[in-house]
Design a protein around this ligand. Structure first.
Ligand code: HPA
Length: 245
């Protein structure tokens, strides 16, 4: 049976409704993960939960130890990964408060530990990343969003920036020309590390603000927090619906 690991992003540092059986404090060859892996039962399924930014939220996107997180989840028994990410909306269709289940990613990050294939290697490996997200998981997320009646885009290109600052208007305009529909700071290298570990991976992105230049004003944390507060309740419903389905 599939053991899902849910990687909670901004706003989802704990998973209410998870019956916790064990809190695993794992050490990895890459250092410590963002926090304990919570192993338990959620919507009748055995799941693992990890808060990407720690609980409470204290690790910025560029300092998340993505390698430790993914290695720990795999070694704790995860066989599929569901990532929850707060993002900014670039495309008109990616409206604030809605969801996107991206099908592609463009990586604008730099200086992050982005591969397991380094050091004393027996041979060089280039993983296939043509389709970065697992289509089966994506379709199940989309079905759950549809069943809940939530506004969503069933595909989109996730542009991952370095952060922690937000983008300039010119950067978002460039990303739009590149084909990005949404912008976030945590989608990579998480997705590719999952691929290197052969773990099916999909992303449930909640749009929490219009990206820079896509609204009249500037982006405020107060606005983001307000949208997150409402959106996270929906995220939990989608996850439950998907696991039950
Ligand atoms: N840009 C990058 N990351 C984000 C944003 C944004 O506008 N909103 C939430 N995460």
């Amino acid at each position: 049976m599939t053991v899902y690991a849910i990687i909670g992003g901004t706003g989802l540092t704990q998973l209410e409704g998870l019956t916790i059986r064990q809190a695993l404090h794992v050490d990895t060859p890459y250092g410590a993960p963002s926090g304990p892996l919570l192993k338990g039962v959620y919507a009748g399924h055995e799941v693992l939960f990890l808060a990407r930014h720690g609980h409470p939220h204290r690790i910025p996107p560029h300092q998340v130890n993505y390698r430790a997180n993914l290695w720990a989840l795999k070694h704790a028994g995860a066989t599929a990964l569901l990532a929850v990410n707060a993002v900014g909306g670039i495309a008109r269709s990616a409206g604030t408060g809605g969801f996107c289940v991206p099908h592609q990613v463009i990586d604008y990050t730099y200086g992050r530990e982005h591969t397991f294939y380094e050091g004393e290697l027996e041979h060089v490996t280039h993983v296939d990343f043509t389709h970065p997200y697992d289509e089966g998981l994506r379709q199940r997320l989309i079905a759950a969003l549809r069943e809940e009646g939530y506004v969503h885009e069933a595909q989109g290109v996730y542009g991952c920036t370095q952060g922690p600052r937000l983008e300039t208007v010119a950067e978002i305009a460039r990303m739009e020309r590149d084909g990005c529909d949404i912008v976030g700071m945590t989608g990579m290298p998480e997705a590719v590390l999952a691929r290197e570990l052969a773990l099916p991976y999909a992303c449930l992105a909640l749009v929490v603000n219009p990206a820079a230049g896509k609204s009249a004003g500037v982006i405020t944390m107060a606005e983001i927090d307000r949208v997150l507060g409402e959106g996270i309740e929906k995220v939990k419903k989608v996850l439950v619906r998907m696991l039950l389905g």
